[in-house]
Write a protein that binds this ligand. Structure first.
Ligand code: NAD
Ligand code: UGA
Length: 469
């Protein structure tokens, strides 16, 4: 019989919210408390109007409706939730450090440590603490030390249970994961029992053979490894995209041809303007830092190249826009289709669009952006964060449009940056009609039909395709 009656999750972000909503929906007998220090976020999770949830994910509204108020609760009462819970997940952010030793590389673990100290302070009975955030390998050791040295004499078991969901498909991924990974101190009976408690929760809906158990360090490192391998595939195909452009090969055909090899597989071979999202870059840089700190400089340099290639792809795409527009975009209106880092999410963290915009704004372009899920304030925050120019300048140079047609009116070029489905369905004749001529189109996602657009009259640049004619 499981002794887990109540679980709590510290961190109600893109991972904590959806993950706990799915656990609550799948396990109605478990009380799930999701807590965060950000009051606005918690207020938004409790919104009656589900379109105002802080995270946009297809299917999330249904899951929240099913469980919220029944066995799923969102609040800012962190101490109360820690006290009540038998098992505590930490799903707080672990961004790249911006200061001190390891700045720009290492993961900033201050939020994780704060959680550990708060758990230690509040806990009056034994708890299982689950690392849900993505962490450097051997973080569990530090957590254990904090929990045992600052706690009230109660016992803690630490588990690593990294999350593999991708944004935009989070609910599908959580409902039917490729695998669930649980790492624990399997050298002790208590450690094995704790692993089993968590396995039993997932086993309510995940087939047992998909639940993988390992030691703590393998679990922590597997998460970084998975993201590094996924990102590496994108940088690899993006590197090929440039070779395709100069040789007349077509990157989609190449991707399809190699993907048929079952050893390679067809997924994650789409060339793009560069991968974005809060994790790939941060996790690889973290891996690079770990390798360096163990003196493994070749290993570090090998993985670093994946991020460098990604930065290069974004720069190359932006430079190509400037070059094609007769070497100047000064005062020219450029329409951006998409700002989110991929479709079906309102998340913009590390989106390639931000960097392409920044490079074009350096050239004094006027940018008009349409994204179906990203509000203007978020675009400005993203740009301001780069600190390239004043907030006033960013607001003067970038405009957030209400529709595609508003964005493209009198534009010299349209630039597709996010693969939202609605961009496939646009009236491209109408778009062409309202633009300056020649009407340039830069496709950063390869979702459109190059031939059809060329027929309409667009001068097209498609990533990884022959743009010689
Ligand atoms: P996020 O920024 O969306 O959410 C983190 C939340 O934690 C924030 O709301 C913040 O207010 C809260 N928080 C931070 N410190 C706190 C504290 N001491 N007490 C209470 N609340 C606190 O981050 P996210 O995207 O959900 O990512 C969380 C972790 O999961 C990261 O380590 C990330 O690498 C990992 N991850 C993310 C994804 C993803 O798709 N976003 C997928 C897999 C893993
Ligand atoms: C990624 C991983 O896919 C998840 O397994 C992981 O849990 C998560 O990171 C994390 O740790 O945060 P996510 O970043 O949400 O998920 O989305 P992806 O689908 O991986 O896309 C990341 C970026 O790569 C996007 O900008 C996407 O457009 C780009 N991409 C993806 C490509 O350019 N080409 C591809 O073939 C696939």
């Amino acid at each position: 019989m499981s002794r887990i009656k109540t679980i709590c999750c510290i961190g109600a972000g893109y991972v904590g919210g959806p993950t706990m909503a799915v656990i609550a929906a799948q396990c109605p007998h478990i009380k799930v408390l999701v807590v965060d220090m950000n009051e606005d976020r918690i207020r938004a999770w409790n919104e009656e109007d589900l379109s105002k949830l802080p995270v946009y994910e297809p299917g999330l509204d249904n899951v929240v409706t099913q469980a919220r108020g029944r066995n799923l609760f969102f609040s800012t009462d962190i101490d109360g939730a820690i006290d009540e819970a038998d098992m505590i997940f930490t799903a707080v952010n672990t961004p790249t450090k911006t200061y001190g030793e390891g700045a720009g590389m290492a993961a900033d673990l201050k939020y994780v440590e704060l959680c550990a100290r708060q758990i230690a302070k509040v806990a009056k009975n034994d708890k299982i603490v689950v690392e849900k955030s993505t962490l450097p390998v051997r973080t569990a050791e530090a957590l254990k030390s904090i929990l045992t040295n600052t706690g009230n004499g109660v016992k803690f078991q630490i588990l690593s249970n990294p999350e593999f969901l991708a944004e935009g498909t989070a609910i599908e991924d959580l409902d039917a994961p490729d695998r669930v990974l649980v790492g624990g101190d399997i050298s002790t009976i208590e450690g094995r029992e704790a692993v089993q408690e968590l396995v039993d929760i997932y086993a309510h809906w995940v087939p047992r053979e998909k639940i993988v158990t390992t030691n703590l360090w393998s679990s922590e490192l597997s998460k970084l490894t998975a993201n590094a391998f996924l990102a590496q595939r994108i940088s690899s195909i993006n590197a090929m995209s440039e070779i395709c452009e100069v040789t007349g090969a077509d990157v989609e055909e190449v991707g399809k041809a190699i993907g048929k090899d079952s050893r390679i597989g067809g997924k994650f071979l789409k060339a793009s303007v560069g991968f974005g999202g809060s994790c790939f870059q941060k996790d690889i840089l973290n891996l690079v830092y770990i390798a360096k700190s163990y003196g493994l400089s070749e290993v570090a340099e090998y993985w670093h190249q994946v991020v460098k290639m990604n930065d290069y792809q974004k720069r190359r795409f932006a430079r190509n826009i400037v070059k094609t527009l007769y070497n100047t975009v000064n005062d020219k209106k450029i329409a951006f289709l998409g700002w989110a880092f991929k479709k079906d999410t309102n998340d913009t963290r590390e989106s390639a669009a931000i960097y392409v915009a920044d490079l074009l704004l350096n050239e004094h372009a006027q940018i008009s952006v349409y994204d179906p899920k990203v509000p203007a304030e978020k675009m400005y925050t993203d740009l301001d964060y780069l600190n390239t120019r004043t907030e006033k300048e960013n607001r003067a140079l970038l405009h957030c449009a209400d529709s595609v047609y508003d964005a493209v009116k009198d534009a010299h070029a349209v630039v597709l940056l996010t693969e939202w489905d609605e961009f496939r369905e646009l009236d491209w004749n109408k778009v062409y009609g309202s633009m300056m001529k020649p009407a340039f189109l830069f496709e950063g996602r390869n979702i459109l039909d190059k031939e059809a657009l060329t027929q309409i009259g667009f001068v097209c640049y498609f990533l990884g395709k022959s743009n010689l004619v």
